[in-house]
Design a protein around this ligand. Structure first.
Ligand SMILES: [Zn+2]
Length: 173
């Protein structure tokens, strides 16, 4: 058995961002996602969201990939919401998701953010990093470019023109 502390923040949206997560089905959906996660061996620290998306803070064991966990949770919950006792035949998730890895210090921050989703979305105090999802594979740019690529270019000239320093990106702590 390996030693592991592999925490992630996951987020994905409803199909076409429709307001499908109505108050009357929210607890059933969250409860199902939590039980399905447990069945997969994934620990859920927090779950929350808005009418058109869901966030989870989880620990995914190393034997599982993030992609298969998300696929399992999305697929099973779609089926459950469309075939369960109070069925909602129109429930569907959008393709894609967002995932951020979390360290021990970030995990409680992400947990609080997820639990306070209603407040964040109604007050528009959301964190763009934690809200981001994508249908395409959009990884960090440093996978293609050396990390010092942009640094060496700052202040250099390109076609005789000064290159402005890269704008500081909003960051996830
Ligand atoms: Zn959100």
């Amino acid at each position: 058995m390996p030693f592991w502390r592999t925490y992630y923040h996951l987020v994905w949206t409803t199909k076409k961002r429709e307001a499908l997560i109505r108050p009357e089905i929210e607890s059933r959906l969250y409860g199902y996602l939590e039980s399905k996660a447990r069945e997969l061996g994934v620990h859920v620290y927090a779950i929350g969201g808005w009418t058109d998306h869901v966030h989870l803070v989880v620990a995914i064991p190393p034997r599982l990939s993030v992609a298969e966990v998300v696929k399992g949770l999305k697929g099973a919950s779609t089926f459950h919401m469309n075939h369960g006792p109070a069925q909602d035949a129109h429930f569907a998730w959008q393709r894609g998701y967002g995932v951020l890895s979390l360290g021990e210090k970030q995990r409680p921050v992400a947990e609080a953010y997820v639990r306070q989703q209603k407040e964040h979305h109604s007050r528009q105090s959301t964190n763009s990093w934690l809200e981001r999802t994508d249908e395409t594979d959009d990884g960090p740019a440093c996978m293609d470019h050396p990390i010092n690529h942009s640094i060496t270019r700052v202040g250099a000239t390109l076609d005789g023109k000064d290159v402005a320093p890269a704008k500081e990106q909003e960051s996830w702590p």
